[in-house]
Design a protein around this ligand. Sequence first.
Ligand SMILES: *[C@@H]1O[C@H](CO)[C@@H](O)[C@H](O)[C@H]1NC(C)=O
Ligand SMILES: *[C@@H]1O[C@H](CO)[C@@H](O)[C@H](O)[C@H]1NC(C)=O
Length: 544
Amino acid sequence: MQFWKYSTSVLATLLAVVSVSQAGGPTDGEAAADPNSAVVKLTSENFASFLEENPLVLTEFFAPWCGYCKILGPEFSKAADTLNESHPNIKLAQVDCTADEAICMEHEIKGYPTLKIVRDGDSKKAEDYQGPREHQGIVDYMIKQSLPAVQAPTSWEDLEKVIDEQTKPFVLQVNSAADEIFKKVANLKRKDFSFINVDKEFLKSLGTKLGQDLKKAQFLVVHPKQLTDAVLFDGKADVEKLSEWIDIETIPYFGDMDRDTYMSYMTSPLPIAYYFYKTPEQREAVAEAMGKLGRKYRSKLNIVGLDANLFGRHAEAINMNPEIVPLFAIQHIADNKKYGVNQTEHPDGPSVEVIEQFIEDYFNDKLTPIIKSEPLPTAEEIAANPVVKLVAHNYKDILDNLEKDIFVKYYAPWCGHCKKLAPVWEELAEVFGSNKGASGVIIADIDHTSNDVDVPYEIQGYPTLLLFPANGELDERTGLRKPIVFEGARDLSTLIDFVKEKGSLNVDGNELKAKLEEEKESAVVEEEKEAEKEAEAKVEHDEL
Ligand SMILES: *[C@@H]1O[C@H](CO)[C@@H](O)[C@H](O)[C@H]1NC(C)=O
Ligand SMILES: *[C@@H]1O[C@H](CO)[C@@H](O)[C@H](O)[C@H]1NC(C)=O
């Protein structure tokens, strides 16, 4: 999970860099379109109403100072004028983000210029404009956008050609003319899929080609090269239902997870089954069987292939050994549980039969999740270390002790700041007598890279210091207390004050520390007396 989160943020950073680099740069005309042109100036006053009144609007979000906006300005004006003459239904509009910040914030505009295509007033579902940025290019792209998103071939030959040319899953409507719902959905998703209306005349030939009786069919999702596995839509369609159904049914039965597809898998509510392979031959050997399983478990489980050469780290993140490949594992994202086919028993990869059984066992709750954990500390280790050592196997037991303020350091062995903090943390634990049952405060730590544990907080770096206050409110997802994050200076006195202030028990570490020092001092005095006595005895002895 961590790996994917990281990748997402990398992607976000990349996108941000691209946008920022478009700001500034060379300059030309004015960013704001010529007021005499057909470009419509949108403000918070007219934004919503204008978009609702016009079926297709290319909207530019800009800032007057941005260099690339200045280059685009005149081209945008010219394109608007040309379209105003030839295709008056296509509008070009501009929002000045420095004047109408609210609109731009609401639409999460991250760089200038940003161009979005808004259909039927639904600005929240706007697509990014991905066409050229000069006059004729804009005109051509927008005219294409205005063409129907639904294709309706007029001969069987044309229809068959369109079907055979598809390289991605596509959507058919049969037994009726393309209706408003189908057209709306097609418009929303025209970038991702082909939408084809099939004339009644061709129904029989199509039925033969797909190996299905289509008399009662309405909508179908067809996967290329798997024509006879077309899926039929059930029930009454509305835009939402049909869109959702298409989203699910167009996921390949056995797709590959890669940069382009991982977000859709990771955000899907379904568990993910991974088949890691190292060579194309290994993937090919199971592809057909996996496709069948994918079809069987559609809407229950997404089955994906992953290239272990590229995504070995992800195998580690789900507690599998990326060196023993092929491997098969299932991850339930919502509760972050991982299950894997035993790699010791299947060093050459599990057979299809083993995988099939494994999936069945998964759905029958017969599998135990793999939990990465260091071994439990021994009694000697517990006695010797004032810091309570947490591992996955004791984590919940210890944190479930609601009577104590528990302060946990999540660390990674390679982290320099963690190493620097270690002696201070130990001192803190000593102050509270943390490893002795009587203490109200437990000072604990956990190597977060070696133990699979739930944290009711998104850890972004190490060390992360979280205080679970006694009898604190419970977090719904993890069942643990909602922690208080320590963000102060990592020195002993600041940490002690934090425990006193934020802990429910308000234990005063300074008092404990003073007492401890006193005891130490008197121990030292005792020791000195002992030493003196010994020395005297020795002297006496020497004299003998
Ligand atoms: C847009 O076209 C209409 C109709 O031809 C015309 O009356 C109008 O002046 C044009 N607008 C601009 C700004 O050119
Ligand atoms: C995997 O199988 C081996 C051999 O049967 C066994 O010793 C080991 O405990 C198993 N591993 C897990 C995690 O169940």
